[in-house]
Design a protein around this ligand. Sequence first.
Ligand code: ARE
Length: 695
Amino acid sequence: MFSNVLHRTRSRERSRSKGRLALALAAVLAIPAFASVGTAALAEAAAPGPKDTIAVLFSYTWDAIARECTDTLGPAGYGYVQTSPPQEHVKGPQWWTYYQPVSYKLDSRLGTEAEFQNMVNTCKQAGVGVIVDAVINHMSGQSAGGTGWAGTQFQHYDYPGTYSSQDFHSCRRDIANYQDRWEVQECNLVNLADLNTGSTYVQNTIAGYLNKLVDMGVAGFRIDAVKHIAASDMQAIWSKVKNHDSLYVVQEVIRANEPIQPEEYTSVGDIHEFAYGRKLKEAFGGGTINWLIEGNGIGSTWSGFLPQSNAAVFVDNHDTERNHETLSYADGAAYDLAQVFTLAWNYGSPSIHSGYSFSDNNAGPITDASGAVIDPMKGQGNWTFKHAQNDIMNMVGFRNATYGTAVTNKWTNGSNAIAFGRGSAGYVAINRSGSPISRTFTTSLPDGTYYNVIDAVRTGSTWSGPTVTVSGGQFTATVGANDALALHVGAKAAPGGGGTPAGDDLTVYYSTSKNWSAYNVHYRVGTGAWTTAPGVAMSAACTGWVSKTIDSNGESVTAAFNNGSGTWDNNGGQDYAFSGTTAAVNNGVVTTTNPCAAAPTDDLTVYYSTSKNWSAYNVHYRVGAGAWTAVPGVAMSAVCTGWVSRTIDSNGASVTAAFNNGSGVWDNNGGKDYSFTGNTAAVNNGAVTTVNPCG
Ligand code: ARE
């Protein structure tokens, strides 16, 4: 049983803040309410940054999110993953139980605190920040009380150890009239016990919960139901959160013809622009999409849309996929094309919803007998895995490759097909009609062959699949019915694209002295994600060696080798660390020499007669118009009786040279220097031949 006695002493602030009274008054007087909120003491919260896509892994367990960060989200370039609410919640089979907190213990049917911490760490390692869905407006909606997931016994307005009756607003009936600001912010949303967020104790308790998550390393929050928290209260809470300027925040204020508007909350962070998702349903779910990009196109210049700097967007979220306010996974191609559009367009920071299919709006995710959610796996149960769908995943890469560029080269057919570029970095064409469209598209892309990332598949840095060739900025292609085509500079087949090794790649050679039947390299670049074990196959390079070229971008590579059947060489448990462009591993010994280098054919070997009887011979030279060696140049060594030689890496270019004894005695061909081409030059008393004197 819970206790009715005061279980803690503290000072409470019971009165509403003056700001809230002013707001309530403003509402009564029909003054545009957000005009009276005044200046927030807060600096603008962090922008999401160039990797601004959030994967919303709805109802995923912490363990499954950790796995997805490593396997799909990190490699695809998602900047964030949003979790469902992690705190202790009421019990029940419905999905929405975790929107009814009963304590701030990190113990839920999605995982334990230890699993949560592991997820945060793993995602961070994969370059993905964790965003927590924070339910801070209310506690449970259980009029009869109950026992929470982690065993906390509670009553509707009493949560021992966290809140008691005085911590809730006194209205204690449901919101009936959304036109009444006071009612929306002080009465109960669907019977959910409404916290008195004007009280210092409540603010400190909420901030304590958020700060615990910040200490665990989360990157930001989605603030649930913030319309029901006065903006001034939200600002006060946010001012108590550590490092809040470095966190990414997105708030849920559903835009409606009501007094409380999203614009009131911009000082805390971004807000979801619901109008965006509604318009996408109208366009992709209806007949025409051309109007989405005409003029300035959908975004901040449209009336009733948040400014670019505050907008977060989605095609759908977990509420709208159920209430049909937007499209959802159930809309098939219309939905996928809307996701492609959202990732290619430049309005707001996008969230990609990924949950499970359902026919009953209340149906929860698949659980075990205890009610704990079973780790979602691709292809199992009813999970959609939208975040890992090839076109969506590759469009996250498109978005990252085109970040910061303007929309260019717009085209529409006047109804259901559109195309546009993102500066000289990308180009997308979307066909929402029932027939294919063939045409010549004009882009600002550099010439070259590009993968169509809608259909092409990326494995590490290697692409395979359909390509188009851009020439003079144009390409001709057919975009299938209800299909799309997207090109970007990060997925070029040639020249210099992801499909060909670049100058900053690392080629790793591994000796076949172990006689394994297969060789794999399992690796990560810098602090990026590890490949999925066993890693990638190495292929025969030359006798005794296999190799693999890794797109390391000049960064260090950590690696281990294996035979694909569980036999590993991980350098005695330390892994191997490589840098530069070449590494060769043979029985634990690492060198930076290419063991397969063919005998050089474009070098020059210069021979010099020892008839001068110098005690040392040096050649001072330059290749082509390159730099001279430092005086006295490089030493030549005895090669056969009467001759010294030196091989110069001339790459087939001409070499200009002079010889000396290292002590100031020079042979510079009478002041003219010597000039050599080809592979062999021999100098004897001023005479030059191209014959090897050592035969
Ligand atoms: C469930 C039951 C209720 C029951 C309650 C308490 O469905 O019948 O009374 O439990 O026992 C989610 C589910 C709810 C669920 C709740 C608690 O969607 O069904 O209730 O969890 O478990 C308003 C809010 C907005 C809110 C939506 C749903 O302004 O903030 O309603 N959205 C968030 C989340 C939801 C979540 C909650 C808030 C609660 O995204 O998933 O609820 O934490 C107009 C207004 C909008 C209003 C909308 C719908 O458009 O402009 O402001 O949204 O109508 O009423």
